[in-house]
Design a protein around this ligand. Structure first.
Ligand SMILES: C[S@@+](CC[C@H](N)C(=O)[O-])C[C@H]1O[C@@H](n2cnc3c(N)ncnc32)[C@H](O)[C@@H]1O
Length: 215
């Protein structure tokens, strides 16, 4: 239960998404079995749709986990020539690299091991789409850091911004998550009010924020 949409809506949307027949099916099951959080199916389809419109050549992802989203997004579009993804946990980096190699996507997907904030500081490349999916309490920091790496007409996509409904409903807030919730609310408030950016919060999956520079 996501506490964002009704269960029957989520179940319905997932039921109409064609069942994957490739390795992604196995990778999603691996993630479920090993309790690794990966992008929700409906969010995955939504972002693939954005990719098909935007046709990015270069994408950056913060938070690789087992490499599921990196593989799914890269496979979804021939436009992607370079997909850089950053992961802090060595165990995840190793699994992701193995999965990427099995898909023969090593020449496109590059996994960088390290703390996203530190790696971005050193990163000089610029990207058409930046997908923020690492530590939720750090989203504002990540956002400010990656702006220098975002192409003029690039898009930033942040996952989990409604965080199991806690962002919109105080009654759902888990005490241990208070700081993350407070930081996410602050971030959403600031971005939504900032005229330099055009943004939209989409209540799909765990909540997706889309941001681009205003024209
Ligand atoms: C939700 S998972 C990423 C899922 C992946 N994008 C997918 O959909 O397949 C978040 C990942 O971010 C990583 N992470 C957390 N804090 C991080 C940090 N400071 N720098 C880099 N990665 C971090 C976690 O170890 C975890 O693997």
């Amino acid at each position: 239960m996501s506490n964002i949409n009704y269960d029957y809506i989520e179940e319905y949307i997932r039921s109409v998404i064609p069942r994957k027949t490739d390795n992604l099916f196995k990778l999603r099951n691996f993630a479920i079995e090993h309790n690794v959080p990966i992008v929700e199916e409906e969010t995955e389809e939504f972002i693939k749709f954005l990719i098909s419109i935007k046709k990015p050549e270069k994408m950056l992802e913060l938070g690789t986990a087992i490499g599921y989203s990196a593989i799914s997004f890269t496979k979804s579009s021939d436009s992607i020539k370079n997909f850089t993804t950053i992961e802090i946990k060595n165990e995840m980096v190793e699994i992701a690299r193995k999965n990427i190699e099995e898909e023969q996507l090593n020449s496109i997907i590059k996994v960088i091991e390290g703390d996203a904030a530190e790696v971005i500081n050193e990163l000089e490349d610029s990207f058409d789409i930046i997908f923020i999916d690492a530590a939720k309490g750090q989203y504002e920091k990540y956002f400010n850091l990656v702006l220098k790496n975002l192409n003029e007409d690039g898009i930033i996509i942040c996952d989990n911004v409604l965080y199991k409904g806690m962002i919109a409903n105080e009654e759902l807030v888990n005490k241990r998550k208070k700081t993350i919730v407070k930081r996410l609310r602050n971030f959403l408030n600031k971005i939504s009010k900032n005229k330099e950016y055009q943004s939209s919060i989409v209540p799909i999956g765990d909540g997706v924020l889309l941001v681009r520079r205003s024209n």
